[in-house]
Write a protein that binds this ligand. Structure first.
Ligand SMILES: Nc1ncnc2c1ncn2[C@@H]1O[C@H](COP(=O)(O)OP(=O)(O)OP(=O)(O)O)[C@@H](O)[C@H]1O
Length: 246
């Protein structure tokens, strides 16, 4: 039986290596319903690979992924999406030749399993919410970076997720664009959606995340509020080369 006290997502003993590179060395992590969790870590720490293992794009060498109390470790990305998890990719991956609206309808029909014509109103609402309605009939391949990032988010929302995984959506944006995106993510979070966000743009993450974990060397080396983790000695050592005993 599932209770709201159970985590929406639980990783247990997750291990993954690519040859000699260990990206997950027995990771345990629980995400609460409605939480906004931030994931920090230096380049190459394995953050995107961790998302891949949550969504099923990458198979862990060991460990389990539990979503809403169901072991999903062996399920395909498509099945996990239908169950209610969606992700954005660091490099936006829309269908470039389709319009913005068609991209959304495709995500809604395949990701949420709805009949195409039944998705139109909902897709239009999501476009409006993401500031993309004026671009509904533009080809996705013609969009500028902010709009491609918004579309990446909108496509994830079209699949009706209860767990939203965001991979570096703020990177490369201007300060004002970043603020727009943060407001949007905060609003989503306020509707009760659970958000897990990998982000290097610290102030953006700080504005949304209740809790932040830091991944390094295949392990979670720090956990707390954003302010707490940036002051954590292990994090200072990884990011700034300041020895822990200094
Ligand atoms: N399919 C793969 N085959 C081999 N090595 C891989 C594969 N995917 C990722 N890696 C390696 O695993 C390590 C972790 O990569 P990953 O993209 O997960 O890191 P990241 O923390 O998301 O980095 P960034 O912040 O730069 O996006 C890197 O050394 C990367 O080169």
């Amino acid at each position: 039986m599932t209770s709201s006290a159970d985590p929406i997502l639980a990783l247990a003993g997750i291990r993954k290596r690519f040859g000699a590179v260990v990206v997950a060395d027995g990771i345990d992590l629980a995400v609460r319903h409605g939480e906004a969790l931030g994931i920090l870590g230096p380049n190459g720490a394995g953050k995107t690979t961790l998302f891949g293992m949550v969504t099923g794009n990458v198979r862990p060498d060991a460990g389990t992924v539990t979503f809403e109390s169901r072991d999903v470790t062996a399920l395909s990305p498509a099945r996990r999406c239908r169950l209610g998890m969606a992700r954005s990719f660091q490099v936006p991956q829309p269908f470039s030749g389709l319009t913005v609206f068609e991209n959304l309808v495709t995500a809604a029909a395949f990701g949420a399993g709805e009949h195409e014509s039944a998705t139109y109103d909902r897709c239009a609402e999501i476009l409006e919410r993401c500031g993309l309605l004026p671009l509904a009939n533009s080809r996705a391949g013609t969009l500028r970076l902010l709009d491609r990032k918004r579309l990446e988010l909108a496509r994830a929302l079209a699949t009706k997720p209860r767990l939203l995984l965001l991979d570096e959506v703020a990177g490369g944006l201007t300060e004002r664009e970043c603020e727009t995106l943060v407001t949007l993510i905060r609003d989503l979070r306020n509707t009760g959606m659970t958000v897990v966000w990998i982000e290097h743009v610290l102030h953006a993450l700080t504005a949304v995340a209740d809790r932040v974990v830091v991944l390094h060397g295949g392990r979670l080396i720090a956990e707390g509020t954003a302010t707490e983790v940036v002051r954590h000695p292990a994090v200072a050592e990884v990011y700034m080369g300041i020895p822990m005993d200094a």
